[in-house]
Design a protein around this ligand. Structure first.
Ligand SMILES: [Cu+2]
Length: 209
C-alpha cells in the first residue's frame, strides 16, 4: 500500500463534481460541421436538475444500427467516505473502474434492481477493480462498512445516452440520422417521444412534455 502514496497526493482534492466528467466534451465548441460527415448532432433542453439529480436523455433507434460501445472506462472513486461521482451513466457492455483513493478500507458492493448482489469486493487504498456491465438495469452501489456511502449506476442499451447539464441543456454528437425514440428521465419523471434526426444540427425541447 505504501508504494501507492504518490497516487494519493494526486487524488488529494476531494472534488465532488455534480456535473459528470463526460460533459466536458459537450461544452467545447463543435470544430467540425456535423453535416460534412453525414452525421447528426442533437442539441436540446431538458428539465433542469432537481437538486443533484440531472436529466438523462436516451435515444433508441427504430432501425438496427451499429454504434460501438465507447472505449472510455468511467471511473467511480472512493474518497472522503463517499463515492465520486455519485452517479454513472454507462452503455451495456461498458467497463467501469472502481478505485479507492484513501487509506480506508471500503467495499464496492453492487446490487441490481432486484436487490441481487452482482459483486462485492473489498477495496484498499490504491486498489482498482474493473467490472463490465452486461445487462441494462439501475444498480445500487454501497460500501458495507460505511452505510452512508451510496451511489448509482444506470446501464442502458441506448447507443446514444447523455446527462444534461444542471440547467437542462444537452448535446448528443456523431449520431446516425434516422428515427429515434427519445426518453427523458429525471428522478421519477419520464417522457418519451419519437424524433426524426437528420444530418447536421437538430434541436429539441424536452421541457414542455
Ligand atoms: Cu467504506
Amino acid at each position: 500500500m505504501l508504494v501507492m502514496l504518490s497516487m494519493a497526493t494526486a487524488a488529494c482534492g476531494p472534488e465532488v463534481p455534480v456535473e459528470p466528467a463526460t460533459e466536458a466534451a459537450s461544452t467545447t465548441a463543435a470544430a467540425a460541421e456535423p453535416s460534412d460527415s453525414g452525421l447528426a448532432e442533437l442539441v436540446g433542453t431538458a428539465p433542469p436538475a432537481n437538486g443533484a439529480v440531472v436529466s438523462i436523455i436516451l435515444l433508441d433507434p427504430h432501425a438496427e444500427i451499429e454504434v460501438p460501445v465507447p472505449d472510455e472506462v468511467p471511473v467511480m472513486d472512493q474518497f472522503g467516505r463517499t463515492f465520486n461521482p455519485l452517479f454513472l451513466l454507462v452503455r451495456r457492455g461498458q467497463t467501469v473502474r472502481f478505485t479507492n483513493s484513501e487509506d480506508d478500507v471500503h467495499t464496492v458492493h453492487v446490487k441490481d434492481g432486484a436487490g441481487e448482489t452482482l459483486f462485492n469486493v473489498a477495496t484498499l487504498f490504491g486498489s482498482t477493480y474493473e467490472f463490465t456491465f452486461e445487462h441494462e438495469d439501475s444498480y445500487d452501489v454501497v460500501c458495507n462498512t460505511h452505510t452512508e456511502m451510496q451511489a448509482n449506476i444506470l446501464v442502458v442499451s441506448s447507443p446514444y445516452a447523455v446527462l444534461a447539464d444542471s440547467d437542462g441543456t444537452f448535446t448528443v454528437r456523431d449520431m446516425l440520422p434516422g428515427t429515434y425514440t427519445v426518453t427523458m428521465l429525471n428522478g421519477e419523471d419520464r417522457y418519451e417521444r419519437e424524433v426524426e434526426i437528420v444530418a447536421g444540427r437538430n434541436e429539441i425541447d424536452l421541457t414542455g412534455l
